[in-house]
Design a protein around this ligand. Structure first.
Ligand SMILES: Cc1cc2nc3c(=O)[nH]c(=O)nc-3n(C[C@H](O)[C@H](O)[C@H](O)COP(=O)(O)OP(=O)(O)OC[C@H]3O[C@@H](n4cnc5c(N)ncnc54)[C@H](O)[C@@H]3O)c2cc1C
Length: 495
């Protein structure tokens, strides 16, 4: 691959590593490089912290918290208090979201990373050859730096569907909605959320709970299609209880103005219907940033993401990719995980290389109740032809869930037939994203349900459900012949 670049290969390098992008993947790459005393430059064109801090995880979770509180006030009678309609200014809610971002921002700031030993540069990076990166700053000035290795951590951007009329009526995405909605004194009365994936479901529920009449449109027959059908139906039921008009198996056809109203026309079972709205949010997925910064000229193969091998290396062995731009996962924690491999391989790969380990990947959708998963669920086990048994425990039988009136949901554990090894776990319930952690460790360390059963869990906690589901598994696998023998033994001892 280097043949055509031989003439421009520098004899010495300005840097050991240049990292393109200051989101989760880029920050972790730069952090690790600086920690092991490499000379590293991190280049960020927009905002330090990337999607997660500025447009993703942090603002969405802040919004969800306010929405949940509003919901609890409306349902306070559930807890023996007087239900009330929460009095609030939407502007205040959105201001809190901005404040939360500001509070987290120092963790990802130029100051912090500079103090850690990273050379942070604000500007747009272009890879001009395998060892040279050009940086254009905000004033249009450019400079170049040479480097032994590069980690591309350029992230992803919202996918905007090719829907006729969409540009005419206008739309928001996760990139624009936080700023746009912070300009509103009151929440838009009628919102449409296009997309029934995790981001769509989280935003739908939050806006509905804050008082908007939300219509959620999803082409597939159910929400959260990567999860099992029982999970999707529970989430859909909850969204409906929050007042959302959930339209699954509905295809968006076009957007248009009808008089002074903006509408989206959807089709379902051959019938079209127009839904008027004040704001439309596109949440139909995110696509890796693959163009405009040199990959094309270098001939780095891309499909939906940058193509990398198990070591996160592109076809140029000194150029690596990590995070959303590398896929296949689109999470902050997988971006950080990949960043470790990309950086360590970039800096030390000549001596020892590490293949990225994707065996145990957890994730969560922060709807209420939360949905969390690690490993296989039923539909993925079936698709892979992996035999499994299911053990379930309903949260309605858990003391802590009852004390908190948070009994909706279940834990579902998949194990190989007759064995306690954990193939995968789905939890639907309050704090599912936290409760999942025990299984993530168990799977990582090869611990089975017997070990979880033999572990003391604090009473009363949601985590105790992990022990109870292990107990369910044990009961179902009790040694029947041995128990019959024991019964005879005890009978004999009584005589
Ligand atoms: C609404 C929403 C909610 C989410 N919630 C969660 C959640 O709860 N949990 C979770 O794990 N994940 C969540 N995610 C996903 C998470 O935000 C991403 O997976 C994560 O941010 C990916 O990090 P990254 O470093 O790969 O990319 P990014 O964070 O996108 O960072 C890439 C950076 O590269 C910069 N860049 C790109 N090209 C150049 C260039 N040529 N020169 C210089 N800089 C460049 C960009 O400006 C950007 O800042 C959410 C996402 C959204 C949109």
């Amino acid at each position: 691959m280097y043949g055509r670049w031989a003439a421009v290969k520098p004899k010495t390098f300005d840097r050991n590593l240049i990292v393109i992008g200051g989101g989760a993947a880029g920050l972790v790459s730069a952090y690790i490089a600086a920690a092991v005393k490499a000379k590293v430059t991190l280049i960020e064109a927009n905002k330090m912290g990337g999607d997660c801090l500025n447009y993703g995880c942090v603002p969405s979770k802040a919004l969800i918290k306010s929405a949940k509180l509003a919901h609890q006030m409306q349902h306070a009678a559930h807890y023996g208090l007087a239900s009330s309609t929460p009095q609030f200014s939407f502007r205040g809610v959105m201001q809190r979201v901005t404040d939360v971002i500001k509070q987290v921002a120092p963790h990802d700031s130029i100051e912090r990373y500079t103090a850690l030993g990273v050379d942070v540069v604000e500007g747009y990076a272009t890879v001009v050859n395998p060892w040279t990166v050009e940086i254009k700053d905000k004033t249009g000035q450019t400079r170049t730096l040479t480097t032994r290795s590069i980690v591309i951590a350029a992230g992803a951007k919202p996918l905007v569907p090719a829907l006729p009329g969409l540009d005419d009526v206008g739309y928001l995405t996760s990139d624009t909605l936080w700023h746009a909605l912070s300009q509103y004194a009151d929440i838009p009365k009628r919102m449409v959320v296009l997309g029934g994936g995790p981001i769509g479901c989280e935003l739908t529920q939050a806006f509905a709970r804050l008082g908007s009449r939300v219509t959620q449109i999803e082409m597939s027959p159910r929400l959260l299609v990567r999860e099992d059908a029982d999970v999707s139906s529970l989430v859909e039921r909850e969204l409906r209880l929050d007042g959302v008009d959930v339209l699954t198996a509905h295809q968006a056809i076009r957007c248009e103005w009808q008089g002074t109203e903006k509408v989206i026309v959807v089709s379902h079972a051959g019938t079209e219907r127009a839904i008027p709205f004040d704001e439309l949010i596109c949440a139909v997925g995110r696509q890796a940033r693959l163009t405009g910064y040199g990959l094309e000229a270098l001939g780095v193969p891309t499909d939906r993401t940058i193509e990398t091998d198990a070591y996160l290396q592109t076809i140029y062995p000194n150029i690596y990719a990590a995070g959303d731009v590398a896929g296949p996962y689109q999470f902050t924690h997988t971006a950080a995980h990949q960043a470790w491999y990309a950086t360590v391989n970039a800096l030390f790969g000549d001596f020892k290389r590490f293949a990225a380990d994707y065996r145990v990947i957890p994730w969560a959708t922060f709807v209420d109740p939360e949905v969390a998963r690690v490993g296989l669920n039923e539909q993925s086990a079936k698709a892979l032809g992996i035999p499994y048994e299911v053990t379930r425990f309903a949260l309605e039988d858990l003391d802590r869930a009852i004390t908190d009136s948070e009994t909706k949901g279940f834990i579902k554990v998949l194990t190989p037939p007759g064995k306690d090894r954990i193939l995968g776990v789905t939890i639907v319930g309050a704090h599912a994203s936290d409760t999942l952690a025990e299984y993530v460790l168990a799977m990582k360390k090869g611990l089975g349900l017997n070990q979880i059963l033999g572990t003391i869990h604090t009473y009363p906690t949601m985590a105790e459900a992990n022990k109870y589901v292990a107990g369910e598994w044990k009961r179902a696998h009790a040694p029947a012949r041995l128990l019959a023998l024991l019964e005879r033994f005890h009978t004999w001892r009584r005589h």
